[in-house]
Design a protein around this ligand. Structure first.
Ligand code: DMJ
Length: 916
């Protein structure tokens, strides 16, 4: 496709003429020469211009929202911003974040498993920095200058903080660069007279501290660095695509502003290195190994873990004007439209990057940014439809659940940390279409923030959108992004809308400017841009300004019709589909929408199985892959089918009581399940044994089998730095530690940082005889499954999980032990028979007695029998070789959502619930 510099975005032209109707009219209608030749022409023109301007104004008014109302809403957003920001300064600064309910500050806690906090909070007054450019955008010159001064006085990055490269880049580096360009820009209006590039110096210092992350064979950065010491020796090798591919805007601008090309070169290499590893469907996966460049998680889509990779691929072109970005984007976008967007044109699915097979049935709230990106790329039609889908979910909860399951039409994760994505897309769509509908949508957001989230000292994240409960946390992006976009939506006259410099909003909502004057600092990569692309894909750039040139007219979709009746700008048919996707009709599947929990007995360590509705039946999602078709029999429901196997009236099915069950489509007549058994850990000095869930990979322990061992752990180390890395066990253990501590012993590790099978692999290499992984949430345990890319089970040491609580207790005991080790025994599972009651709903099980009942809509399901299964060493089964071809948990196309691709080997110890 050709990108011509002459082509102008209709968005920009339209926006321009709306903001300056007089100027457009004069220049189009007649130049000064014509006017001087006809004495009457000037007054006539003036009259015409005034009439047009008046018409334009009243048209906007008639379209739904007066200018006065817009300004009221804009000012209300500013009041909301000040409520959050002022309270942060009063109650939280210099901490990183504000706890708005208790009016206190929040800092990192150095617990490596608490990544949601410690990836982001570096002890550098995050909220102060992240908000910097918002003051300017909200036209608060004083607050902007005060905040710049405060940052210069207080912020220093020489910190012993292990943080995520991505988070610090987008929230901190981006904010510093944005504020720097605003503080020096001669015409925008926020120049600070005393300012002497201090923010740029801070940005460069921070950039230098992040640079060690790029030191990998692939150029794909390590996900985390310690700001003082660089990459820790035990850093996890896996990074998500968004983490590695969302750096080019900030690092690129840092290079352009400092004149040092190394930052841009590193970030560009990372982005392109990911892109080079795309599949034949032109999709990238979710998680990749930074050392060998192999995909760890092959799930493709536009949600969590991938989202902003696409954003930066395109926006790098917008800011820098280099064609290789837009050429890659073109291919990437086609890949998404072809494979990820479903045939209805509405859902953007999560699929396997190689096969295209559907992998999950959820949509992430993070993906609500995508319509904004589609606007920028000129695809308004798709943008409007996807935005509408997300807004329909919003209207159900007055918020956007973190994850929404389009099969159950219910939140899969119910929290809402006041994210900006949907507001950002609304702003972009309004800028592009001027459809007043989007202003109404914005007003709804504003009111819902007030109603759902406003508390005494700020705005609180929602812990549960259905219950309306709060988390005592205000993430920095609420000020830096969410409210910024909402303000911009209502502020037609904002300077951003008439900027002449290359500019772009980063994924954290920071305004990055690349003024013309800096354009001569062409990047090394731009200078070397090869001529390998065909002629028609190259941008005909000018020397002065390689400005973003949107898709040519023939590639752009038509803008949705502007409405004046406050109805959504998508077709009735699309609205119908949205209605069905978000709330369901209740007709497709009976018996209704209710979710069911399969509760374990009190004291059980197991997470309850959850029965959720699918398009054609019930899905036992904790027992992965088992779908039940059920019939309504009045007082009870009866199982009619299990996956694709039909049941006759006299037949019943069996499901394992707990753990993950795998369904193989063996011969069409049987369903094969496996549930991992509970084994036990006897610990010296403890009067009762601890239950452990054996992993689904590695050798099993036979019933009655006993392994005597010493348990050791890096978790008990007093050295915090060593502890955080080693405790995860996601990299080779140091030779001396392996030889002196691990070899011959049972290793206790902490959950997180990499896949379970990676932990097992490194432990095995260090000579451990087995691993116990302490869960990091709640008191539950579950059978650990291998990483997504593990197709052959090679682990020869057993792995098992202990609950977080009992793991912590073990660490305490290990700390107190003079030798640093504990005498333990691992015991195989008790011998337990198939204790299901004949034809009973669900039987109690002897031994670990789970009085599990499967109910739906308050009624029991009549012919499920729950059995207990176990494995024995050497008897094949799941512990043997397996054929996953493309990974577990992937769903086959054409066979419905519920048909798992996983196929376990046959073996007498693998429990087969024989249907016939
Ligand atoms: C922000 O930090 C950025 O928008 C990022 O790209 C995704 N997550 C948050 C907001 O949801």
């Amino acid at each position: 496709m050709t990108h011509s510099p002459q082509t102008r975005s209709w968005t920009l032209v339209r926006l321009h003429s709306q903001l300056h109707p007089q100027r457009s009219a004069v220049s189009i209608m007649a130049g000064p020469t014509a006017a001087s030749q006809h004495p009457l022409l000037l007054p006539l023109l003036l009259l015409l211009v005034l009439t047009m301007a008046a018409l334009q104004t009243s048209a906007v008014d008639a379209a739904g929202m007066t200018r006065e109302r817009r300004l009221q809403l804009r000012d209300k957003v500013k009041e909301q911003f000040n409520h959050g920001y002022d309270n942060y300064l009063t109650h939280a600064f210099p901490h990183d974040e504000l706890n708005p309910v208790t009016c206190t500050g929040r800092s990192r806690d150095n617990n490596p498993d608490n990544w949601n906090v410690n990836d982001v909070l570096g002890n550098f007054s995050l909220t102060l920095i992240d908000s910097l450019d918002a003051h300017a955008i909200m036209n608060d010159t004083k607050k902007f200058e005060d905040a710049v001064r405060l940052v210069i006085r207080h912020v220093n990055f020489d910190l012993d903080s292990r943080v995520q490269v991505f988070e610090v880049t987008i929230r901190v580096l981006g904010a510093l660069l944005s504020a720097h360009t605003l503080a020096v820009h001669p015409t925008i209006g926020f120049q600070i007279p005393w300012y002497a590039d201090e923010l740029l110096a801070l940005a460069q210092d921070l950039g230098d501290r992040l640079m060690p992350a790029f030191n990998t064979p692939t150029g794909i950065p390590w996900p985390r660095v310690n700001l003082r010491t660089g990459v820790l020796p035990y850093e996890a090798v896996s990074t998500c695509s968004a983490g590695a591919g969302t750096l080019i805007l900030e690092f690129g601008l840092l290079s352009r502003l400092t004149g040092d090309p190394k930052y841009e070169a590193a970030a560009k290499r990372a982005l392109m290195s990911l892109w080079e590893r795309r599949s034949s469907l032109d999709l990238i996966g979710n998680t990749i190994n930074v050392l060998d460049g192999k995909w760890i998680n092959e799930l493709a889509g536009i949600g969590a873990g991938i989202d902003s990779f696409y954003e930066y691929l395109f926006k790098a072109y917008v800011l820098f004007g280099e064609t290789e970005y837009v050429n890659a984007w073109d291919v990437a976008y086609q890949g998404l439209i072809k494979h990820v967007r479903d045939e209805r044109g509405l859902l953007y699915k999560t699929i396997n990057m190689d096969t295209g097979a559907l992998a999950t049935t959820w949509m992430d709230s993070l993906a609500a940014f995508f319509p904004g990106l589609q606007v920028l790329a000129g695809d308004l039609k798709n943008a409007a439809a996807l935005h509408q889908l997300y807004f329909a979910i919003w209207t159900r909860y007055s918020a956007l659940p973190e994850r929404f399951d389009f099969n159950t039409r219910a939140p899969a994760i119910s929290s809402y940390p006041l994210r900006p994505e949907l507001i950002e897309s609304t702003y972009m769509l309004y800028q592009a279409t001027r459809d007043p509908w989007y202003l109404e949508v914005g007003e709804r957001f504003l009111n819902d923030f007030e109603k759902m989230a406003r508390v005494r000292c700020g705005f609180a994240s929602l812990a549960d959108v259905e219950a309306g409960t709060h988390d005592d946390r205000m993430e920095s992006f609420f000020l830096s992004e969410t409210l910024k976009y909402l303000y911009l939506l209502f502020d037609d006259d904002n300077f951003v809308h008439t900027l002449h410099d290359n500019h772009v909003f980063t994924t954290e909502g920071h305004l990055l400017l690349l003024p013309y004057t800096l354009q001569n600092h062409q990047s090394a990569s731009a200078a070397n841009e090869t001529n390998t692309q065909s002629e028609n894909t190259k941008l005909n750039r000018t020397r002065v300004c390689a400005r973003y040139t949107p898709l040519p007219a023939e590639r752009r979709s038509k803008p949705p019709n502007t409405k004046s009746d406050n109805s959504p700008p998508v077709s009735a048919e699309t609205m119908d589909m949205i209605e069905r996707l978000v709330v369901g009709t209740g007709q497709e599947v009976r018996p209704g929408l209710q979710q069911v929990k399969v509760e374990p007995a009190d004291g059980s360590q197991y997470t309850p199985a959850r029965t959720v509705r699918t398009a054609t039946g019930l899905f036992l999602d904790h027992l992965a892959g088992v779908t039940l078709g059920i019939a309504d029999e009045g007082a009870t429901y009866r199982v009619k089918t299990v996956n694709e196997v039909a049941l006759s009236d006299t037949e019943m099915i069996t499901v394992p009581a707990r753990g993950i069950a795998f369904l193989g489509s063996t011969d069409g007549n049987s369903a094969v399940f496996e549930a991992s058994p509970l084994i036990r850990l006897v610990v010296e000095g403890l009067d009762k044994s601890l239950p452990l869930a054996l992993a689904t990979y590695g050798p099993a322990l036979a019933s009655g089998e006993r392994i005597d061992a010493w348990m050791v752990t890096p978790l008990a180390s007093q050295n915090e730095r060593a502890k955080s890395g080693i405790a995860l066990g996601c990299a080779p253990h140091p030779v001396d530690m392996a030889a002196n501590i691990i070899e011959g012993n049972l290793l206790l590790l902490s959950r997180g940082g990499c896949s379970f099978s990676e932990k097992t692999e490194w432990a095995e290499l260090a000579g451990a005889i087995g691993i116990v992984v302490a869960n990091n949430e709640g008191s539950g345990i579950f059978p650990m499954a291998p990483g997504e890319n593990v197709t052959v089970d090679t682990a020869s040491i057993p792995s098992a999980m202990v609950s977080a609580r009992e793991g912590a207790m073990l660490v305490q005991r290990l700390r107190k032990s003079a030798s640093g080790r504990l005498n333990v025994q691992l015991l195989g599972p008790d011998e337990v028979g198939d204790a299901g009651g004949e034809g009973g709903v669900v039987a109690a099980i002897t031994g670990e007695a789970l009085d599990t009942r499967v109910q739906f809509a308050g009624r029991q399901i009549s012919n499920i029998r729950v059995i207990r299964s176990w494995r024995r060493r050497g008897e094949g089964g799941i512990g043997g070789r397996r054929d996953t071809r493309g990974g577990r948990s992937l769903l086959e196309p054409g066979r419905g959502f519920w048909c798992m691709r996983f196929c376990c080997a046959r073996g007498p110890a693998v429990c087969c619930g024989v249907v016939k």
